[in-house]
Design a protein around this ligand. Structure first.
Ligand SMILES: [Zn+2]
Length: 341
């Protein structure tokens, strides 16, 4: 299955209610309107633990999806059976928590689509980061070096900063992605997108207890800052950026742009972007950052303000002139497990 629209169709039409059956939750055409109302208003709010609490989004053990960089096949692979499995399990967790015993097919489909869309945004962060690496003069090598020396060794062990930031990014850009999903599907979501995003945030961020992912909540503020200022002007033509990335923003403009973000001393502006400043450091130096300690609050000043601002602007919009640096990856699905129960 190739292409995002087909993947959504596949998930929307896939129907195996066994997980919900096993949890004694009936799946019917309609559900009690009061229960639907509680799902909308309360949802996962006070959920303590759930099926994804100790599971990693990108693996290496039983990943839900992963990103393969441009040096490989440049694609996102979705383990579609596993994603549906975890979508159903987490929905059952929420329903159990609310003591709801009957759910409608529309809600199951809606939650699966939302769950998958959240994962897509997470994977797209990995793409945006690789795209942003191309702003550095020797970006390709810097990125490969980073994959080998920083991302790889930490992958699945201590967890890594890129995974935490990907989850924080997905939580903040969630509504945009969900709007697009339901637009493509030409259907109205049975639950408001705000409720779906609130619950996805609980599931993927707030109640995660696994290295790398549990740090995501520390980086929500900076992602929100980027999101709410997502119309940073691109001053120079991208051609300039490609030949001399440093000139993407001149000094005066860069300072002006930064002033929109900073509420403090101009000397410490970069601390408004703790995680992203550390990630930029990891990319530039090829060294691991202490993102999982209190030192996360004191990232070093980026080696170039202009490139760092361009690096931030690149993350703000999935579709933008930065696509010239690296086009979006292909998207495909895979059946990753047999005999799912
Ligand atoms: Zn990931």
């Amino acid at each position: 299955m190739v292409g995002w629209e087909d993947i959504l169709k596949n998930v929307a039409e896939h129907y195996v209610p066994s997980i919900l059956d096993n949890r004694d939750i009936a799946v019917k055409d309609k559900m009690d309107p009061d229960d639907l109302d509680r799902l909308e208003k309360e949802g996962a709010k006070d959920l303590k633990k759930h099926s994804l609490t100790e599971h990693r989004t990108c693996g290496p053990d039983r990943p839900l999806a992963w990103y393969e960089p441009a040096s490989s096949k440049h694609r996102i692979v979705y383990c579609i059976d596993r994603i549906i499995d975890y979508a159903d399990k987490t929905l059952a967790d929420i329903l159990d928590h609310l003591k709801i015993k009957c759910v409608s097919r529309d809600v199951v489909r809606c939650w699966r689509l939302a769950f998958l869309s959240f994962i897509r945004r997470h994977e797209m962060f990995h793409y945006l980061f690789e795209r942003g690496s191309r702003l550095l003069e020797d970006g390709r090598n810097a990125y490969n070096h980073y994959r080998n020396k920083v991302y790889g060794p930490r992958y699945g062990k201590e967890g890594n900063l890129e995974e935490a930031l990907a989850e924080a990014y997905a939580a903040v850009w969630c509504k945009d992605e969900l709007e697009r999903t339901f637009e493509i599907r030409q259907e109205a979501a049975i639950l408001p997108l705000e409720s779906l995003c609130r619950d996805l945030k609980v599931i993927f961020l707030e109640k995660r207890r696994i290295a790398g992912y549990e740090e995501a909540r520390h980086f929500l503020d900076e992602m929100e800052k980027l999101y709410f200022n997502r119309d940073l002007p691109i001053i120079h033509p991208l051609q300039t950026a490609l030949s001399q990335p440093k000139l993407l923003y001149d000094k005066e403009i860069t300072e002006k742009v930064l002033r929109r973000f900073i509420h403090g001393s101009p000397d410490s502006w970069h601390t408004s972007f703790k995680g992203l400043a550390w990630l930029f450091y990891e990319l530039h130096t090829g060294k691991q950052s202490p993102f999982n300690t209190n030192e996360r609050d004191n990232p070093p000043r980026p080696f170039s303000t202009g490139i760092f601002v361009a690096f931030l602007a690149n993350i703000q919009k999935l579709h933008s002139v930065f696509e010239t640096l690296l086009p979006p990856p292909d998207e495909e699905t895979r059946i990753c497990e047999k005999n799912l129960k």
